[in-house]
Design a protein around this ligand. Structure first.
Ligand code: AMP
Length: 512
């Protein structure tokens, strides 16, 4: 028998087995907070939302876009929209008006839901139907008086979400993730991370980012209570870990750094130490010193994973093994800073050019309406990650550089080409190149190298302000070097490795 692998399976099981268990604890400080909801209540609200979309005339395959920081209502959309055959487009809430507009238009979303606070930044972005998330969307969309229409031709190959990601082009690309991708990712990631119904999960990761790495499906399927965190703050994370008995969280290294910074000021034992909370990191390889500090100062277990939005995202995991026993922590931490070993069903290899290639059921269906980019990414039957790396004799992958032109700052991808495009529009810029340089807090930060036009007098502050007005703040350069010329190859290509060299010298890797 073959039964389609659908994203609805996870909340369905939560409702069957854990209906009376608290499933979601909403951010208490947000407007219209939903407080605590049992999984039974979440499932009822999700059905009511689907009935509301039916009434609005939103059919299967139509796109529903949402721009919101973490919230219970955002979480519900991950269950409600794909389960009814529609496609969810979760958008980064830090983006500027034109950036969100592009994604809404490109995805062809007919419904747009916006968090009230985010709305202040993007008041003009619109779609056929637009609602503020909260009381307004509840009143407009929750239809408790009718059952939702069943999704007639439910298929595991249908697109469930489109996640826009900054890649090698100036415009973000829409990564089509299918129900099957979600299912396999949720299962393999959950298995390797050892998730069980004893866990309590804290959403330290923005849910829009690769569907919260798919953990929001895994946790629902196992009845794990999910604590919503709206804003990253080290002390607040410690408080919630203590208050709700959190055992598991996923985070970019910058988030872990915020917790490490807050811990010395915490009175009494660090919450989570008693039950060995697990923190799963990705986005960049954290320095082994950070790993040591997590294990020693917090008493939490550190795990690293590697993946991309395009791979749902889980590909590899590095977790302490039984054999590591009593090894000194420094030795364990060094071994843990590798990206990890492939998860079940993932094949990895390194191309002749040194690029990491992957084959697995978590690899994207394609880039939305970009057949050429899709063909390039999947050339030869392997997914081309754009990352440079090596696989050691234990089968563990280490990421050493990025072939693609992206910078990862605080866990978010920034296309250097997009920043360069923006700078070229500024008065006085004749030539520019944008690179990532190491940064204590953010892992990497953005530096622009600029050649001024003859007679131009633009300053570092002018150019940074120019970018901040046009792009999400985290994409703007934090420093600018003015130079006479930019090194290029014979064919005119900027030699970024030469520009990066002085900032990364003495380091084994060119990523942080
Ligand atoms: P995103 O699609 O935004 O999730 O970004 C994916 C990119 O993050 C990958 O292509 C890598 O460049 C980087 N990345 C993710 N996990 C790791 C890791 N464990 N070590 C090094 N780089 C990572």
């Amino acid at each position: 028998m073959k039964v389609p692998l659908l994203s609805s399976d996870f909340l369905d099981r939560a409702e069957t087995v854990y209906a009376d268990r608290v499933g979601v604890i909403d951010e208490p400080t947000s407007e219209d907070s939903l407080g605590e909801l049992t999984y039974g209540e979440v499932a009822r609200r999700v059905r009511a939302l689907q009935a509301g979309l039916d009434e609005l005339g939103v059919g299967a395959g139509e796109r529903v876009a949402v721009v919101s920081p973490n919230s219970a209502r955002l979480l519900e959309l991950f269950y409600a929209v794909p389960s009814s055959g529609r496609v969810l487009v979760p958008i980064n809430f830090r983006l500027r008006t034109e950036e969100v507009e592009y994604i809404v238009e490109h995805s062809g979303a007919s419904v747009l839901l916006v968090d009230p606070e985010t709305n202040q930044d993007i008041p003009t972005v619109t779609a056929k139907h637009r609602f503020l998330l909260g009381k307004e969307s509840d009143d407009a969309l929750l239809r408790v008086d009718r059952e939702p229409e069943p999704w007639g031709d439910a298929s595991e190959d249908a697109t469930a979400t489109i996640n826009y990601t900054s890649g090698t082009t100036a415009r973000p690309k829409g990564v089509q993730i299918t129900h099957r991708n979600i299912w396999v990712n949720a299962m393999t990631f959950g298995l390797h991370a050892g998730v069980s119904d004893w866990d309590v999960y804290l959403h330290t990761l923005p849910m829009f980012h690769a569907n919260g790495w798919g953990m929001l499906y895994t946790t629902a399927g196992l009845g794990v209570p999910q604590v919503v965190l709206r804003k990253v703050d080290g002390t607040e994370i410690l408080t919630r870990v203590g208050k709700h008995g959190v055992t598991l969280m996923c985070a970019a290294p910058a988030v872990v750094n915020a917790v490490l910074d807050a811990a010395p000021g915490w009175e009494g034992p660090v919450p989570g130490r008693d039950r060995i909370a697990r923190v799963i990191c990705a986005g960049a390889p954290p320095p082994s010193k950070t790993i040591e500090r997590i294990e020693e100062e917090l008493g939490w277990e550190f795990c690293e994973i590697y993946g991309l939005t395009e791979t749902s995202p889980f590909l590899t995991i590095n977790r302490r093994q039984r054999e590591d026993g009593d090894k000194p922590i420094a030795e364990i931490a060094r071994a843990m800073s590798r990206a990890g070993a492939p998860g079940i069903g993932v094949q990895l290899c390194i191309s002749e050019a040194g690029e990491v290639l992957a084959r697995s059921n978590v690899v994207l269906e394609g880039y939305w309406q970009q057949p050429d980019a899709t063909a390039d990414a999947l050339e030869g039957g392997w997914f081309h990650t754009g990352d440079g790396g090596s696989i050691d004799e234990q089968g563990y992958l280490t990421i050493s550089d990025r072939k693609k032109d992206i910078i990862i700052t605080g866990g978010e991808n920034v296309s250097s080409i997009e920043v360069e495009d923006c700078l070229y529009a500024a008065a006085g810029v004749a030539e520019c190149a944008v690179i990532g340089v190491p940064d204590e807090k953010w892992g990497e930060t953005i530096k622009a190298i600029v050649v001024r036009a003859p007679g131009a007098e633009c300053t570092e502050a002018d150019l940074i302000a120019h970018c901040k007005q046009r792009m999400a703040g985290y994409k703007a350069p934090t420093s600018i070097d003015f130079v006479e010329t930019i090194p290029r190859t014979a064919t005119g290509k900027v030699q970024k490795f030469k520009l990066r060299e002085p900032y990364w010298s003495g380091r084994a890797r060119q990523v942080n």
